[in-house]
Structures are given as C-alpha cells and as structure tokens.
Design a protein around this ligand. Sequence first.
Ligand code: SF4
Length: 349
Amino acid sequence: MNNPSLSSLPGLLEPWYRENRRDLPWRTDREPYHIWLSEIMLQQTRVEAVKGYYARFLDALPNVAALAACDDDSLHKLWEGLGYYSRVRNLKKAAEVIQATYGGVFPREYRQVRALPGIGDYTAGAICSIAFGLPTPAVDGNVLRLLSRLTDDATPIDTPAAKAAMRRLLEEIYPESNPGDFTQALMELGATLCGPNRKPACEGCPCREICLGYQRGTAEALPVKSPKKERRQEDRTVFILSCDGRYALEKRPNRGLLAGLWQFPNIAGHYSTEESLRQLEKLDVHPRQLLREVKRKHIFTHIQWNMTGIYLEVSEPGGNFSWFTPEEIHTQAALPTAFRQFWEEIDNV
Ligand code: SF4
C-alpha cells in the first residue's frame, strides 16, 4: 500500500464535501448523542431507511438520560425492523455507563468513548472527530473501499490487519483543522461517487489526480474481499395461532439470536401439517381449523432460516403463550423481521 500523494487528500476532499454533502438529519449539529445514534443505526442499514427510525427514536428518547431509563420492550419497539438488536441493547448499556460514570455527560476522550459498550474503533473515531474535533479516523466499509482504490491495494479489506493498516495510513494525513469534516468527507465519497455495487464515478471525483486505482484502471476490480463462508441452513416451523381475535406470542430467551424479542411460537425442523398438529397438542394447544401455510426465509449474518408458517385457529388460548390483540402487537410487541413477515400476511388469511 503506497501512495505518496495521499497527503493532499484532505485539501482535495474538503471543498468537494462542502459543495456536495447530502443534507442528513444527523448533520444539523455536533451533539455526540445524535452522532452516536446515527452511526449505530447506519451500521448494516441504508441511509434512507435510517432517517425515519432516527427521528422516531429521538422523539421518544431525546437524550442519554431518557435512553438509560427506557424499558427493554419500548426500546426494542423503537428498533423494530432495523435488525441486529444487540446494537440497541448496547446503546442502552452505554447510556447507563454515561449516567453512572460521567454524570450524564458524554465523555470526550477517545479512550473513554471506545470503552463504552457497543462502541468499536469506527464509531469511537466518528464520534470523537465529528463531535469533539479530534483527529481520530473512522474506518468503515465505505472508507476501506475508497482507500483500497486510492492506493491500488488488493489486500482483502475484511481483515483486522487491513483495517488497522488503513487507520494508520489515515492517522498520518488527518488535518488539524476540521477533522470531523474530513471524516464525513471520506464517508461521503465512499458512499456516493466511489460507492458499492457499481462502477466508480471517477469523472466527477475530486481525487482523480491522486487515485492509483483510477490511473491504473484497477478501481472497478477493487476492493478485494475474502471468500465468504457458506451460511448454515436451518428449517423452522412457525405457528401463527389465533383465538377470538388474539394471537399467540412468546418472548425469546435473553441471550443469543434475537434475544428478548417477541416471536410466534416455533420449533426447529420442517414438519408436515399432521406432524405439526401433533407437536401443538404436546404444547397444550388444540387447533380447530387450518387456515393457511406459507414459506418464507430470513437471512442472518451466518444463518439462513427456511421457515414454514402455519396459520391456525385454536379453540382456546392455551399453551404457555401471551395472547395479544393486533393493536397490542402494533404498539407494544417488537416482532423481528423474521417473524413480522408472517404478521404482514395476516390480512390474506
Ligand atoms: S477516482 Fe474513482 S476510484 Fe478513485 S477515489 Fe475517485 S471515484 Fe473512487
């Protein structure tokens, strides 16, 4: 990795960023709580999808103290559909630490910010540079792609060593004035002109004159990633049980995948309709009418669930379940997307 011209990157990027930055709700101020929340939401989620969640979350929980005091069900409901729910649980844990250790004031030192639950190198770098003006790089996928093209570097970017090397590279060129704007300019270029899943738009790029990938014609083939491991496939049978306008839900365990969220009752494996009815009898549920069966899948990072959803009317609200009205499901129960897709079919049953 070598590009001696990289030192001119801040000077090239900053005017371009001032002209071209997108108006985003979290760019209206430098409040660390706002930057932190937006960065956590933006991990794994598109900007357009985040905007609504961000506004609703801040409406309900306008500051760190409100976040620390929020009960888990309400918190999950605010996050419902964003996925990767450990992110919001860590937000709350970090808010509790800020309340208990820093008297409710967001810490200003990189080391202290990095030590908060759920905050890694990237998020700490983003908060400290944007909110506090520290020269702390924030290296995410967009920035890795951009740097690998600027330096014509074919090292796989998804290794800790590659990330650390890119961070060191940036540390050497971080500007003293407006480091937060440089952080955001790198993210912006990496998300737009030099964005993912398409040909880089080099013609309009302010960095063309120093970009080795552009000059050598390798940019489109970069970045290189390590081969992906196959996802584990799991079959599940999901029961959408109704009784007099109420629906059976249960809480998932407090640890592991989708911890603490609500779900429709379900069992591992693919069962025929007859076998399913026998399984339900064991759970003390007595089906009266089979309404519908649908197949759905849901992809997690390392696992794929191949699900059969069986809609059944039952004679009484038995089993060890909680029975919710549609209104209660809408307002109180955070149903992760894996299960919500069955709820969205309910009108077709
Ligand atoms: S010149 Fe092209 S490849 Fe290089 S940074 Fe700009 S958009 Fe990316």
